[in-house]
Design a protein around this ligand. Structure first.
Ligand SMILES: Nc1ncnc2c1ncn2[C@@H]1O[C@H](COP(=O)(O)OP(=O)(O)OP(=O)(O)O)[C@@H](O)[C@H]1O
Length: 589
């Protein structure tokens, strides 16, 4: 679980309700009047028995008619107030939930890549679905229950004391064991609810992971193994859920038993006193009704505690998530990039005394310096795990270096204003991800204000225009609906068109490892030439043809740059790259 300050859940709830203070106050006032109207009933019964019945014997109908009318008015008022209250409460609750879901989304998106390396999307989905749902239950039912319970206890105790101090006092005393039960239930159920929230998150994580990786699942025939793993998580969730129901059942049974014993004792005592003549019959009848009503809320208190504990466990998790700070924060005093000279291609990049390690694990890139002049295309090669992607991610500022600085035209990336960084450096990743929306929208992601003409121009320059036109709705084809029809090579072309339109000064390209058919490969190669032209570029190269168009090659091994020079020079030498190049050539012949 993510760490959060101890009172973070409470503070989160308060901050969510902060904007709705007047409405919360109105809801509280409505409930106060509603409860007063509701609790007037037994008192009116006492008057009816002790006053109206004797008056009736003297043919005086007045008191009975009055009491009957009052009873009716109280019942109608109670119902009417309850209706208005429900509407007000729904208004508050829906807005609070809207706000919370929005906060979770915005915050999760703002957190840095290293957070998402650790915290799976399944867990995030669980936070914004089941955990928000737990809060909804608390707000929709729980809080209303709580206020009603507290108010009815206060009103009823006051009524009982007014009717008869002895009976009232006895009823108050009987609350001591009940409160002890409540406390005990609260402690035990919190543990269970924490476990339950984790268990349901595990179910969702497994689900999301399987469906995200459905292709490898199919190709490795993982269905059975996954079914077994899922069944285990699913039944664990069921067991933990069962535990929470048992806790509730235990509480309900014990509290009812205690309440019934108390009612019996008080009624027996009251009956003796009526027989003695120290208590009026109407007062006993009203007291018995009130005492029943007094203990009724104890069950409902259980319901409230149930939803409260469940919501508290969920709020704890949500608060933990919201307390996370981005590890790659926006600069406090953002700096602009210097004006670009007319005709100068791209911007210069400088890694100055940089070293880096991921949060989990040791140092991946030991201290190094690297200078890339503006307009240069650098191909980075090396064996798997050598640190090529890590180098690229530092330049894209997915992570900040542990030591040293990465400079763009002399400005530290950490100080660079966010829009400048967005325009300055763009990374095209291997998977060429397409978002839901049309092809045109996908191309325009880096420049939302682009006109249709500019979008089509970019696609044309990349060589994607012809295939896009053959799609069912051309540029307006929804990529998710037709996702299956856009091949890997075409997806890459779309992502190149996107990069070309965004027109960054520095382009980082993680070349796809998956090989395409020969025409597809050629099209992608040409598109790459176009997109790299006129800017500074870093390409993680997996193809010989890519290396050959680079001005310079960096060979990486174990996080170090072991060779650095123009491709022709390195090929002619006797180093690692020359070996690699020979192997490549051999594989082509
Ligand atoms: N998110 C991460 N968290 C922790 N360690 C990581 C992370 N990403 C990469 N590493 C580690 O950093 C080292 C360098 O990885 P990197 O992905 O930069 O290599 P690469 O040269 O790009 O490899 P490939 O060609 O296979 O993509 C590896 O040892 C890897 O295990």
């Amino acid at each position: 679980m993510l760490p959060a300050p101890k009172d973070a859940p409470r503070r989160l709830l308060v901050s969510l309700l902060r904007y709705h203070k007047p409405w919360v106050a109105l809801a509280a006032v409505l409930l106060m009047f509603q409860q007063a109207a509701m609790q007037a009933g037994p008192l009116l019964v006492a008057f009816a028995i002790d006053r109206a019945v004797p008056a009736l014997r003297g043919d005086d109908y007045g008191p009975l008619v009055l009491l009957g009318s009052l009873y009716l008015v109280a019942a109608v008022a109670s119902g009417g107030l309850q209706y208005v209250f429900i509407r007000v409460a729904a208004r508050i609750n829906q807005r609070v939930l809207l706000d919370l879901r929005g906060r979770i989304y915005r915050h999760s998106q703002a957190l840095s890549v290293d957070f998402h390396d650790r915290y799976t999307s399944g867990r995030l989905i669980s936070r914004s679905t089941t955990d928000v749902e737990a809060l909804r239950e608390l707000l929709d039912e729980g809080l209303q229950e709580l206020i009603q319970v507290v108010l009815s206890i206060v009103y009823i105790t006051a009524m009982l004391l007014v009717l008869d101090v002895g009976l009232g006092g006895a009823a108050v005393l009987s609350f001591v064991p009940l409160l002890m039960l409540v406390r005990n239930f609260q402690k035990r159920s919190m543990r269970v609810y924490r476990k339950r929230s984790t268990a349901i998150a595990a179910v969702i994580v497994k689900f999301a992971e399987t469906m995200n990786g459905i292709r490898p699942v199919k190709s490795f025939r993982r269905e059975r193994a996954n079914d077994a793993a899922f069944a285990e998580l699913n039944s664990h969730h069921m067991r933990v859920n069962g535990d929470s129901i048992l806790e509730m059942a235990r509480y309900v049974v014990l509290s009812r038993l205690t309440a019934n014993v108390a009612v019996a004792a008080i009624v027996v005592w009251g009956a003796y006193r009526v027989a003695d003549g120290t208590l009026a019959l109407g007062v006993l009848a009203a007291s018995a009704l009130y005492i029943r009503r007094l203990y009724d809320p104890i069950d409902r208190m259980g319901m409230f505690l149930n939803s409260y504990q469940s919501a508290a466990a969920s709020l704890e998790k949500i608060a933990g998530l919201l307390a996370q700070e981005p590890s790659v924060p926006d600069p406090a005093q953002p700096r602009e990039l210097p004006e670009r000279e007319e005709g100068k291609p791209g911007r210069s990049v400088e890694f100055e005394g940089v070293s880096f390690g991921y949060r989990r694990g040791g140092e991946v890139l030991p201290r190094f310096d690297l200078s890339i002049p503006a307009g240069e295309t650098v191909a980075v090669v090396g064996s798997t795990g050598a640190g090529k992607s890590t180098l690229a991610r530092l330049l894209a500022r997915f992570y900040d270096p542990s030591h040293g600085r990465v400079l763009l035209d002399g400005v530290d990336l950490r100080e660079l204003a966010v829009p400048e960084l967005r325009r300055g450096v763009v990374m095209v990743t291997q998977e060429a991800f397409l978002f839901s929306g049309t092809v045109a929208e996908n191309i325009a992601i880096g420049r939302p204000d682009a006109t249709r003409e500019q979008i089509e121009d970019a696609a044309r320059s990349i060589g994607a225009h012809d295939f896009i036109r053959t799609l069912p709705d051309g540029y307006d084809t929804d990529v998710r609906k037709r996702g299956g029809r856009i091949s890997a090579g075409q997806r890459q072309l779309v992502s190149f068109a996107r990069a070309l339109l965004a027109d960054p000064s520095v382009l980082i390209l993680d070349e796809a490892t998956s090989s395409l058919d020969v025409p597809g490969e050629r099209a992608v190669q040409q598109a790459m030439d176009t997109v790299l032209h006129g800017r500074t570029a870093m390409v993680i190269a997996h193809r010989l043809s890519t290396v050959e168009i680079a001005d310079r090659v960096l060979v990486m091994s174990d996080g170090r740059i072991v060779e650095d020079g123009p491709p022709a020079e390195l090929i002619a030498g006797s180093g690692r790259f020359a070996d690699l190049h020979r192997a490549w050539r051999d594989s082509l012949s």
